[in-house]
Write a protein that binds this ligand. Structure first.
Ligand code: NDP
Length: 444
């Protein structure tokens, strides 16, 4: 980096001990050098310095009482990163690894992802270091209510619209929405991922996974390949992984592996998704249970081994930095020709370099997993006009949005001297729209 190195240095100085945030910012700034050259007006008006600084960061105490009557205290976060093109929008993550650096990395990425959808949504993210694993229904509900009792002060359908992420599904959204409604006495589109009978959108549950496959399909087709007959490895077994697997199978692929944070299952005959849904969505158990239903399947402890499985296409859908250089090299040596990121930043910068150097088709998360937030924005639209679109209508819109993102990202990559590099294309295309808006709105 030449022109923007000072911006990066300032980010590191101002945000010590936040390696994920530094990683996310560095990747974007590195791609933006040619933009800085072509747009001196953005340098002059401090767009780069401003875009890396959240507009607002909220950190709050979340006290709740567990089933044994003991008081527990967690920490809640909401980072309202950028509202240049619309209200802040981004998920809530409940996971013990959550800290301000993780939320900032996710919120920063969200700015560009939301911009790429073509819809009017700004970037934000939030969550808590609460661990939902092993908690009773009552504990989950009390935690969600306490979390919302503070968060409601800072959100609103035209201010900031949270959604789900790791550890936050429809159940948690329900408890938080119920509390929001009780406190404010308002039924509005303040949160997305709602249930279908109370303002949710069809296809929202499937959106990120389906959108990932729609995006990957565009990328594959543009390079003379497809999901048809391909062997696919998917990490995770949550919302994104399950619906990515469903769409990949519908598109003719064989999905042979899924994982959770304890280990992975390998089913050489192809994963039976009905079994997975029963284990994960109904019984809320661990993925290792899968082998009790399928005699030819194997379970292995530890999640990194999943990338040693031979496959044509890899879809990392669990968490950040799950594919490192070694895993990337293994995938390449096993003949993997495409990687599409379902999780946020699941590949380390070194892994991405391995893929790009080896001409592996690579779809970065900002573009490839934007389907979830896109349908969340459509949920906001349906809430505003008080109507519900049918499944086919929303699914068609999703497909169209993912197609347009692919087209836009590839076109911009070529225009800025990075032909075929979707990482650069996504960062630049996402940035340009937000930068134009920030420029037009003056120094605020
Ligand atoms: P879920 O909570 O539904 O599922 C997460 C899955 O990943 C689980 O199988 C979980 O295993 C596994 N996982 C979580 N943390 C780790 C870890 N540290 N190491 C290994 N495995 C882990 O979350 P989602 O499917 O919603 O989210 C997955 C990824 O997709 C995240 O990066 C999220 O930010 C991203 N994303 C999600 C969107 C959505 O619409 N849901 C939209 C865009 C991006 P375990 O059960 O053992 O924890």
């Amino acid at each position: 980096m030449r022109i923007l190195e000072n911006v990066m240095e300032q980010v590191i100085r101002r945000n010590p001990n936040e390696p994920e945030f530094h990683q996310a910012v560095r990747e974007v700034l590195e791609c933006l050098e040619p933009v800085a050259e072509r747009h001196p007006e953005y340098l002059k008006t401090g767009i780069f310095e401003r875009i890396v600084e959240p507009e607002r960061q909220i950190i709050f105490r979340v006290p709740w009482v567990d089933d044994n009557g003991r008081v527990q205290v967690n920490r809640g976060f909401r980072v309202q990163f950028n509202s240049a093109i619309g209200p802040y929008k981004g998920g809530l993550r409940f996971h013990p690894s959550v800290n301000i650096g993780i939320i900032k990395f996710l919120g920063f990425e969200q700015i560009f992802k939301n911009s790429l959808t073509g819809l009017p949504i700004g970037g934000g993210k939030g969550g808590s270091d609460f661990d939902p694993k092993g908690k009773s229904e009552g504990e989950i509900m009390r935690f969600c209510q306490s979390f919302m009792t503070e968060l409601y002060k800072y959100i609103g359908p035209d201010i900031d619209v949270p959604a789900g992420d790791i550890g936050v599904g429809m159940r948690e959204i329900g408890y938080m929405y119920g509390q929001y409604k009780r406190i404010t006495n308002q039924f509005n589109g303040v949160i997305t991922g709602k249930g279908l009978t109370w303002g949710g959108s069809l296809v929202r549950t499937e959106a990120t996974g389906y959108g990932l496959c729609y995006f990957a399909d565009e990328m594959l087709k543009a390079n003379g390949k497809s999901f048809e007959g391909a062997t696919v490895v998917i990490s995770g077994s949550g919302n994104v992984a399950i619906y990515a697997a469903q769409k990949a199978i519908q598109m003719g692929a064989k999905v042979v592996a899924l994982s959770d944070s304890n280990g992975y299952v390998y089913d050489p005959e192809g994963i039976d998704l009905d079994v997975v849904k029963r284990i994960k969505e109904v019984e809320r158990k661990r993925i290792k249970e899968y082998v009790n239903y399928r005699s030819n399947a194997h379970y292995y402890e530890g999640c990194s081994g999943i990338w040693n499985i031979k496959c044509d296409i890899a879809l990392p859908c669990a968490t950040q930095n799950e594919i490192d250089k070694t895993a990337a090299e293994k995938l390449v040596s096993n003949g993997c020709y495409a990687v599409a990121e379902g999780a946020n930043m699941p590949c380390t910068p070194e892994a991405v370099e391995v893929f790009l150097d080896n001409k592996v088709l690579f779809a970065p998360s900002k573009a490839a997993n934007a389907g979830g937030v896109a349908i969340s924005a459509l949920e906001m639209s349906q809430n505003s006009i008080r109507c519900c679109w049918d499944f086919e209508t929303v699914d068609c819109k999703l497909r169209e949005i993912m197609k347009n993102i692919y087209k836009n990202v590839s076109k911009v990559a070529a225009e800025y001297g990075y032909p075929g590099n979707l990482v650069a294309g996504a960062n630049i295309a996402g940035f340009l729209k937000v930068a134009q808006a920030m420029y037009a709105q003056g120094v605020v």
